[in-house]
Design a protein around this ligand. Structure first.
Ligand SMILES: [Zn+2]
Length: 106
């Protein structure tokens, strides 16, 4: 006999968490607004509004400073422009999310 099927009732909760999290990921940690052109930092995996993060990195580098990831709790402290890649999947997710809530405006 074997008792490898322990049922403690914790399974199934995670899926709801993922849905809620993907909603908050629409928000840029710099502007606190929903992103229009999200770019992903391939080093730490965080996403930001392209315009905001580019401006932030440029202004830091102009002052010969390192650009830290603006996401709270992230320990990545030396961001480079070349680390940023467009996040097409997220952009499309935001677009379809907006289509649902917008009325016919065109
Ligand atoms: Zn980060």
């Amino acid at each position: 006999m074997h008792a490898d099927r322990e049922n403690d009732g914790t399974e199934g909760i995670d899926e709801d968490m993922i849905v809620t999290q993907s909603q908050t990921n629409f928000i840029c940690p710099i502007t606190q607004l929903e992103m229009k052109k999200p770019v992903k930092n391939k080093v730490c995996g965080h996403t930001y509004e392209e315009e905001a993060i580019v401006r932030m990195i440029e202004s830091k580098h102009k002052r010969k400073k390192k650009a830290c990831c603006p996401k709270i709790g992230c320990s990545h402290t030396d961001m480079k422009m070349s680390d940023l890649i467009p996040d097409e999947a997220l952009r499309r997710a935001i677009e379809s999310h907006n289509k649902k809530k917008k009325r016919h405006s065109e």
